[in-house]
Write a protein that binds this ligand. Structure first.
Ligand SMILES: [Zn+2]
Ligand SMILES: [Zn+2]
Length: 390
């Protein structure tokens, strides 16, 4: 435990371990300008796409906070490969940086705050005390509202979120910007027609191979459920960067979509804390969230997952336990040179990726512990897996 705090009002000088900062145009910045402010130490590098993507988000928040007169400043701590790249990257930012030549300060900050991945935004309060290490997540989730990052502020934001989720309805979720329709390719569909159904919000984008793969699987499940007249609908929420991507992505989907509006889509993704795509959030007939794990549940149980409720998943789990009794306790699988053992969640089979079909699995599996080789029961045996008649 060596919490990097100073807390004696001397604050920032000690934290930064330098008294020279450079503006984006290369001029010296007086450290006094930073005193008494909440500081974000921004660890990033131009060569990593996640930093490239996060920098404009942070810049937007920075400008807004400045406009509101908030006492916030950011200091860029570069891990660029050379001086020219540093200058190019820093010129895109409106805040000062530790000079690239000051390798010692950059290194000591990286060590002091135990930076393991970039981008990283470390928040120091006006007294020079470390208060948050998850600035990137907080900015992505709350944008300006995250300021000043104090525990009181976090508690307030979480209470806000909770209240929003508690009063959530399908209309509130989908009628962003006052719109009352979603689209079914060329046709408009009133949101009111979806009320009372189980609705999947499908976050996806073009040029995302896992999305493409999951979309085709989801489409066949969707069509099967529709054939059975289940009260189920899916709405595509585009994470595409442009409308062309959205249109192409949507052309491969048999379900509804929100019209292209990247701000509303991003707001929805933030609201559900979508961390990666594809993601399938399931909304129940009462308008409340059933699960954010729609994708995993589809991968595990296919259309049997519907309506995705806890009761249904428990039932499927019990059925899997029952079925597993029909499988031999060891298996020689052609694709692996060792004997595989039948394992359940209780005997070491947690979540896994099936080495045979590449999809997620949970609980029951055939496993070679030594090699980390794990497959679904059904994948070990071909298609059939029925008990012999008793
Ligand atoms: Zn499998
Ligand atoms: Zn093995």
């Amino acid at each position: 435990m060596d919490a990097p705090t100073t807390g004696d009002g001397m604050g920032l000088f000690t934290v930064l371990s330098t008294d020279v900062l450079l503006s984006p145009s290369g001029n010296k910045v007086d450290l006094k300008e930073l005193e008494g402010k909440t500081i974000g130490l921004y660890f990033a590098a131009n060569w990593y796409w996640k930093c490239e993507a996060f920098t404009p988000v942070l810049t937007h928040v920075y400008h807004q906070l400045k406009q509101d007169g908030s006492d916030f400043e950011i200091v860029f701590v570069s891990s660029d490969e050379d001086h020219a790249s540093f200058e190019r990257f820093h010129s895109l930012m409106p805040w000062p940086a530790i000079p690239f030549s000051d390798l010692q300060s950059r290194r000591s900050l990286t060590q002091r705050f135990q930076i393991e991945g970039i981008p990283s935004l470390i928040i120091i309060n006006s007294k020079g005390e470390l208060i948050r290490t998850d600035g990137v997540e907080l900015i992505n989730r709350y944008e300006c509202r995250a300021f000043p990052f104090t525990s009181e502020k976090m508690a307030e934001l979480e209470a806000d979120e909770e209240a929003k989720h508690a009063s959530q309805t399908l209309e509130k979720l989908l009628s962003l910007n006052g719109r009352d329709c979603v689209i079914n390719h060329k046709r408009q569909v009133p949101i009111s027609e979806l009320v009372g159904k189980t609705v999947g919000l499908y976050f996806s984008a073009r040029r995302c191979p896992p999305c493409t793969k999951f979309t085709s699987k989801l489409a066949s499940i969707y069509n099967n459920l529709k054939e059975k007249n289940e009260e189920f609908e899916i709405v595509f929420v585009s994470m595409d960067r442009d409308e062309a991507g959205y249109l192409q992505c949507y052309s491969e989907m048999p379900w509804l979509a929100l019209p292209y509006d990247s701000e509303s889509s991003k707001a929805l993704a933030r609201y559900f804390d979508v961390q990666g795509i594809p993601a399938l959030i399931i909304i129940g007939p009462d308008g409340k969230t059933v699960t954010r794990e729609g994708r995993n549940l589809i991968n595990l149980h296919l259309e049997m997952a519907f309506p995705f409720t806890e009761a249904q998943i428990r039932l499927l789990q019990e059925r899997m336990d029952e079925e597993a009794k029909c499988y031999p306790s060891t298996l020689h699988h052609a694709a692996h040179r060792h004997i595989l053992n039948l394992v359940s969640e209780n005997t070491g089979g947690g979540p896994y990726l099936c080495c045979e079909c590449g999809e997620q699995g949970l609980g029951w599996a055939y496993q070679c512990l030594g090699c980390g080789y794990e497959i679904h029961l059904k994948c070990g045996r071909g298609a059939e897996g029925e008990c012999a008649e008793t």
